[in-house]
Ligand binder design. Structure first.
Ligand code: ADP
Ligand code: MG
Length: 722
């Protein structure tokens, strides 16, 4: 109650940052807890290492004998780091991770404890997976789920207070082989993209094209709140956001937090946090304050998408655990505080390989530019055709608070190219960019046009999907999300588009056009169909919302309830099926799981709203009301008539709040809906509206009820006291 709120403030003001050892040099700690190729080279025979390296770099299968050797070396290394347990770590269809720990220990006939870790234990695990969401993919009598080692993502040691554990990144599938996780589709989407990209590159005359992979650099925003406050806020603890709270007098109006000095306690936290990331081979690169008070960002250097996705997941776990150690609650929620900037996760994405480099880098020579234009064009086509898919993969109850609100990317998917590149594509469409062929050597003039000066200032912060010099940045992804879904969507739409490009290009070349003319003709067709998705203006403006929908034919998809049904669109089902990324059954299971999660998270919040309003806000209002009325009675007994308008307003507001609580209780009791889509719509429209209305009354009470009886830590306290 109020006493704990006020004592929290005292506890925090007298607290000291915890002691952390002086940072060790990077060379001493970098990847020290990772069984990476360097460690394998030390531990394995030449042949075993060669086989393993090939598997890591190309995904080729590993033979059983080598797996045994690798397993033994891995066990020895892990035990030398103090590990007694190992666990496959996998990535179920939630945004979390799952693990099942097993000991290395076995006993022999003499009753001695020995340790054992075979290739088959490394390769395959069998967690009791029936409690993970599977979207009807596993019927109960066939509830087996398997985890299988993903050798392309390195194993590592996780140190927790109860010991060290060898963690083995894994895929998770049903016994019939259906993907139950977020890693299998990511690996498949990479393979599909690789296949289609190779078609295009070989038509472009490229020889010995190496395996293409997608890259991901994810910027993670988060809030830190002192745990003394968090512990008196059930909403923060259970829903990750404040369901109540009046706006503070000082919010972020002055933007003085952005890139400002990082408070000492937070610096100590960050150092500890980043040291752990370095040990795990996660290349933490930048950190800074964010726009809102109490908000921060960390951005590791980009890595191969599959590894980056595992690292991102690990990073989220480590933020939370380390924050706890430092007396903070880390909030990864997209909108922990109403009226204050939310948190996103910008997913920077590109595709490339060791022979052609980054294909989204315009490069310096015309040939590179041609490849670049094709790949960039393919992305534009993909976003145009599959915008609703991109919207669906970022659709969660929590991200709905951010998307479409005035500070985050709009819920309309468009592409920002920057003035220079937009002009190149528009010129191509207009037939203005003429190739000139002289003496067999092409001079497109493109190399000049596209010699980019990568200006980090040249940003459009209002675009959900922006080209940023040598990559695309998907800015609408939610801060609490796994990056896998967005990466799968981007890789898959690109695979489809590159396939389309390859078909067109082949036809153009067959018709006798030279290479440059063929490329430009393909791109002209592409632009004729898809240029509507390119937009360089203010994505927040009302004007864009009108033009996008009415003139450009783009979709404005405000809520998850509107977005998730895209998984049922025939074109999207066909996209996933023909690229081999998700079968129709696998895709349907995702629709089922994500819509369940949406409904569940809104119901959890609604119950919390009811509970907090009834058991803490209403009682505070009643206490204050009785104080006020007894003061009025006392005054009257000495012949003074006090103004009773405040008491009346407290009474009527508390009463109105409880009326909405009653309506909300009735609403969440409803469970009969013809379809899951109807149920989602009901959550988005009815339940959310009632929750907001309870909150409006409660927040008004907060501005009237005496400070010393108000039970919940206030925005100004949570945001500014550290
Ligand atoms: P900003 O906040 O200006 O967007 P940051 O430096 O915070 O920039 O983050 C940019 C992210 O993009 C980093 O994770 C960076 O490693 C990543 N990145 C840079 N180049 C690429 C690329 N070619 N592919 C994928 N990610 C990239
Ligand atoms: Mg960015």
């Amino acid at each position: 109650g109020n006493a704990s709120r006020l004592s929290s403030i005292r506890a925090i003001s007298s607290g000291k940052p915890i002691d952390v050892a002086m940072p060790k040099p990077l060379s001493k700690i970098w990847a020290s807890d990772v069984f990476n190729l360097a460690k394998m080279e030390e531990a394995l025979s030449k042949n075993a290492f060669k086989a393993m390296k090939k598997t890591v770099q190309t995904g080729s299968p590993l033979d059983a004998a080598t797996a045994d050797v690798v397993a033994a070396a891995m066990k020895d290394w892990a035990m030398s780091k103090g590990a007694k347990f190992f666990s496959h770590i996998f990535y179920p269809m939630t945004n979390a991770t799952a693990e099942k720990h097993d000991g290395f220990i076995v006993t022999n006939a003499e009753g001695n404890a020995i340790t054992e870790f075979t290739g088959s234990l490394l390769i395959k695990g069998e967690p009791d997976g029936s409690s993970f969401p599977n979207g009807s993919l596993r019927i109960t009598n066939a509830a087996r789920g398997y985890t299988a080692w993903d050798p392309t993502s390195p194993a590592y040691i996780m140190n927790t207070p109860n010991g060290a554990t060898l963690m083995i990144p894994s895929v998770f599938m049903s016994w019939t082989g259906e993907a139950l996780d977020k890693k299998i589709p990511l690996l498949r989407s990479n393979a599909a993209m690789d296949k289609a990209a190779k078609k295009v590159l070989s038509l472009m005359g490229e020889k010995n094209v190496a395996t293409l992979n997608s890259s991901c650099g994810a910027e993670q925003e988060y809030f830190l709140v002192d745990e003394n406050f968090a512990n008196s806020r059930p909403d923060l603890l259970l829903a990750g956001r404040t369901l109540f709270g009046a706006s503070p007098a000082k919010g972020q109006q002055f933007d003085d937090h952005y890139f400002g000095a990082i408070p000492e306690r937070v610096q100590v936290f960050m150092q500890d946090f980043e040291d752990q990331l370095f040990r795990l081979g996660i290349p933490a690169k930048t950190h800074h304050n964010e726009v809102a008070p109490g908000q921060f960002e960390i951005a590791p250097y980009f890595e191969a998408a599959n590894v980056a996705a595992d690292h991102q997941q690990l990073l989220m776990t480590i933020i939370k655990n380390t924050a706890k150690k430092h007396g903070f609650l880390a909030l990864l929620h997209e909108k922990p505080f109403a009226g204050i900037n939310g948190s996103g996760k910008h997913v920077n994405w590109s595709v490339g390989n060791s022979t052609q480099g980054n294909l989204l880098d315009p490069g310096h020579t015309p040939e590179e530019n041609l490849n670049f234009l094709l790949f960039c064009g393919a992305v534009i086509r993909g976003v145009h055709l599959f915008g609703p898919l991109l919207r669906a993969v970022i659709a969660t109850a929590s991200n709905d608070h951010r998307l479409g609100a005035n500070e985050a990317p709009p819920a309309i998917l468009s592409v920002y190219l920057g003035d220079q590149l937009e002009k190149v594509f528009k010129d191509i469409q207009a037939g203005d960019l003429q190739p000139s062929v002289c003496g067999g050597e092409m001079d497109l003039g493109l190399s000049q046009i596209l010699s980019f000066t990568r200006d980090p200032g040249d940003r459009n912060r209002t675009s959900p999907f922006a080209f940023t010099g040598n990559r695309f940045e998907f800015r609408a992804v939610g801060s609490s999300q796994s990056v896998s879904g967005p990466l799968v969507a981007m890789n898959t739409m690109l695979a489809d588009s590159l396939d389309w490009v390859a078909g067109k290009l082949e036809a153009a070349l067959d018709s006798g056009l030279d290479q440059a003319s063929a490329v430009l003709s393909v791109l002209k067709d592409l632009m004729d169909e898809h240029s509507n998705v390119i937009f360089g203006g203010d994505g927040y403006s009302d004007e864009w919302h009108k033009i996008a929908v009415e003139e450009r034919g783009l979709k404005n998809i405000p809520t998850t309830a509107d977005a998730l049904p895209a998984f049922q669109d025939p074109e999207i089902i066909a996209l996933f099926e023909k690229t081999g990324v998700l079968s129709p059954v696998e895709l349907a299971s995702r629709y089922e799981v994500y819509s369940e999660q949406y409904i569940l998270s809104i119901e959890v919040e609604a119950k919390l709203v009811i509970d907090m309003a009834t058991t803490s806000i209403y009682p505070a209002a009643a206490t204050y009301l009785s104080e006020l009325t007894s003061a009025i009675a006392s005054a009257s007994s000495v012949g003074v008539s006090l103004d009773n308008s405040l008491a009346q307003k407290v009474a009527t507001t508390a009463d109105a709040m409880m009326a909405d609580v009653t309506a909300l209780s009735a609403a969440i009791a409803q469970h009969d809906f013809p379809t899951v889509e109807d149920h989602m719509k009901f959550c988005a429209n009815e339940i959310r509206t009632l929750m907001d209305s309870v909150r409006t009354h409660a927040d008004l009470l907060e501005t009237m009820v005496a400070d010393n009886v108000w039970p919940l830590p206030k925005y100004s306290e949570m945001l500014f006291i550290k």
